[in-house]
Structures are given as C-alpha cells and as structure tokens.
Design a protein around this ligand. Structure first.
Ligand code: G3I
Length: 355
C-alpha cells in the first residue's frame, strides 16, 4: 500500500528534500485537493477518450480539475479516414459533443503525423497531384468542420527523427516534400480556420538537446517560408531520471521564438520497475520534483506565451505508457487509480498557485 501525503505542506517539504523522513507520507484526504484549473488562469488540460469518459467517476474528476481536453485518438487521421477515402466524423463529433456539453476548450491532435498513414492515403502513394489534392481536401474538410469550435490544432506532429539527427521520412514527406508537406498543412489549416492556434508538436525536446536544436531550426525555416505556425507543443513525456533543470532549459529555448507554448502531453514516468530498486516513496518524490519543474518553467513564461498545460491522461491506470514492455505498472500521472491526488498533484498545485 503506497502511503499518501497528509497535506500539501508535508508533501512539498518532502518533494524537495529527498532525505525527508517517510513519516511525511500519510493518507491524503480527498476533501482539500483544490481543482487544478482553479489555481491558475492558464488553461489546464487533460487528454481523454470516449471509452474512458463512459465512467462517471472518471468524468467527474476530469471536469473538476481541467478546463481543456485533447482527444487522445478520436480526431486523428486513422479513425476519420475510411479505406475508400470517405471521412467518418462519428467519434470526433461525439468527442466535440462532450466538450460542448461541459463547456470545455478543445485542443485537437493531430492533423499530420508519420504514425497515422491510413490505407486510403497509402493507396495514393506516388500519384502526384491526386495525392496532393486528397491531402488538401482532408485538411480543409477536417479543420473546416470544427471551425470556431477547436481552440487549437497540432497541425504537424513529431516531424523530427527519434534521435534528432534529421527529419522523419513519411508518406507525407515522400509525396509532397520533406518540409513542403508541413508548409502546406499549416496553410490549409489557417485557411480552414483562421482563428485556430496552430502548433507543431514534438517529444523528447527536454531529454535530447540535439533533437531540440534540430526541431527549433526546422521551426525557424518553416516560419521563414511563411508557415502559419502560432505555437510549439513540447509533449513533455518525461521521466524521473531526467536531469534537474532540463525542463527549465528547454522552455527557455522554446520560448525564444516568441511563439505560444503548449506543454501538450505531460506525464512523468517512474521508468521500468524491474530495473530500479529505489523505494516507491523516493520515486514519487523525484516524480513530484520533475512535475514541479515543468509547471514552474511553464508558469515562468510570459502570460502571452502560456497556451495550456495538458496532462497526457487523468489517472495512472489511463496512461498509454502501460502498453509498453516493462511499464505495465507505471504511475506517471497526477491521480492514483482510485482518483486520489498523488504527490505530483500537490507539487503541481503548489507551483500553480504561487503567482
Ligand atoms: O477504441 C478504439 C477501438 O474502438 C478500435 O476498434 C481500435 C482499432 O484499432 O482502436 C481503439 O482505439 C485505440 C485508442 O488509442 C483508444 O484511445 C487505438 O487502437 C490506439 O492506437 C490508440 O492509441 C493512441 C496512440 O496515440 C495512437 O493514436 C494512444 O491512446 C495515445 O495515448 C497515443 O498518444 C500519442 C500522441 O498522440 C502523440 N505523442 C505520443 C503519444 C503516446 O504514444
């Protein structure tokens, strides 16, 4: 049984001093956990999906803490694009309906991603103008459908190769050009919804300085070519072994372009349990310190650059990470499986509420 903190003060003192006595850990009362969204005027977001939302307790906890949602799956290319090219918006419309009913902002992900190359587009591979027309039609139709309903889009997702040495090859780059597919995507998205905030989104910017540099150089080149990029998404899938200060340094580098910043997919992995014999208490304290640093870096941005801070999942049991080998029991999020706030919740809350 993992002990929990009796109050924010107990946790906070412990989170920042790894030597804190285990006595600092006690059952955290549900009653005084403030809604995260109430602690700051920066939009607090969370990814979610229609399957998870069927659980009323889950939905209540999400609505209590967050004012913005990102569809984990429903507005991506694969679920929308039928094999014959017809576009199916059932899941996307249902997701938007939930958001509308609950007065939630929606940040949508993602329009163009190397991981979603639907069979319809694969069938157009190498077909020149036919491919280009289908690409344009997809972007104009999808973004146009939610014009005025979606606050922002991840237009291009994960364009840089995993190790940061080059750009990714994809169906989009091979048919439209290594960077042209990105310029076109932003052009079509801006045309379809001039008021949507348009993002380029990437992961591992904190962990790999080389990838961060390659990414920022790409963004600068795209901007020089007139790409309508309004913001940068740093996914922030971080872990407890990330060197202290890495998130702070990354945020400084990203903010230098003056664009809006979205911490778009925050989770703090405890890593592979089978390869780490540190106590759970110590790992949770490290996790809290990492989460605190991410929130601190975000909150230290000028208000004009603070787009949103989005968790990639609500409770630990919702995390995508548990699909990875050796991570079946990872606990990367702010709430335990029973909905109780974790030490990282208190760390985030304490940083959010300090102006
Ligand atoms: O629920 C449907 C089911 O009805 C359908 O029959 C089935 C067909 O494959 O798909 C089911 O949906 C799954 C969906 O998650 C449920 O939310 C998809 O299979 C599965 O591929 C999808 O995985 C998502 C993944 O992106 C791919 O879209 C993960 O939940 C989501 O956490 C993950 O998120 C990505 C970000 O978009 C980009 N950054 C990395 C992050 C983690 O991989």
């Amino acid at each position: 049984m993992i002990k929990k903190f009796s109050s924010r003060r107990d946790f906070f003192g412990a989170a920042l001093s790894l030597a804190a006595a285990p006595a600092a850990l006690a059952d955290a009362p549900r009653r005084d956990a403030p809604p995260l969204k109430s602690l700051t005027n920066a939009p607090m977001g969370c990814s979610t999906n229609l399957v998870a939302l069927k659980d009323p307790a889950y939905a209540a906890l999400l609505l209590r803490n967050f004012s913005q949602v990102t569809p984990e799956y429903e507005m991506k290319m694969n679920p929308i694009t039928h094999t014959d090219g017809r576009l199916n918006f059932t899941l996307a419309d249902n997701f938007m309906g939930f958001a509308r009913q609950n007065r939630l902002r929606v940040h949508a992900t993602t329009l163009v991603w190397y991981k979603h190359q639907p069979p319809y587009f694969m069938g157009l591979d190498g077909k020149g103008q036919v491919f280009a027309d289908a690409y344009r039609n997809y972007l104009l139709t999808v973004v146009g459908r939610y014009r005025g309903q979606v606050v922002g889009w991840d237009v291009v997702n994960e364009p840089v190769w995993t190790d940061g040495t080059r750009l990714r090859d994809s169906l989009w780059s091979s048919n439209l050009g290594a960077e042209d597919y990105m310029v076109l995507a932003f052009e079509y998205a801006k045309q379809a919804d001039p008021n949507a905030v348009l993002f380029i989104n990437e992961f591992d910017l904190e962990r790999l300085p080389r990838k961060r540099a390659t990414f920022l150089n790409l963004v600068e080149r795209l901007l020089k070519r007139g790409a309508k990029i309004d913001g940068i998404g740093t996914q922030s899938h971080v872990n407890i072994n990330l060197p202290q200060g890495a998130s702070t340094l990354t945020m400084r580098d990203l903010a230098a372009l003056g664009l809006k910043i979205h911490v778009s997919e925050l989770d703090v992995s405890l890593g592979r349990a089978d390869r780490d014999n540190r106590s759970m208490d110590d790992k949770l304290k490290l996790q809290s310190a990492k989460a605190w640093e991410v929130v601190d870096a975000f909150m230290n941005l000028p208000a004009s650059q603070r787009y949103a801070l989005t968790m990639w999942g609500l409770m630990d049991k919702n995390t995508w990470l548990r699909q990875l080998p050796g991570r079946e029991h990872d606990e990367p999020l702010a709430f335990y499986d029973d909905g109780q706030p974790k030490p990282m919740f208190w760390a985030m809350a304490d940083r959010l509420k300090t102006r």
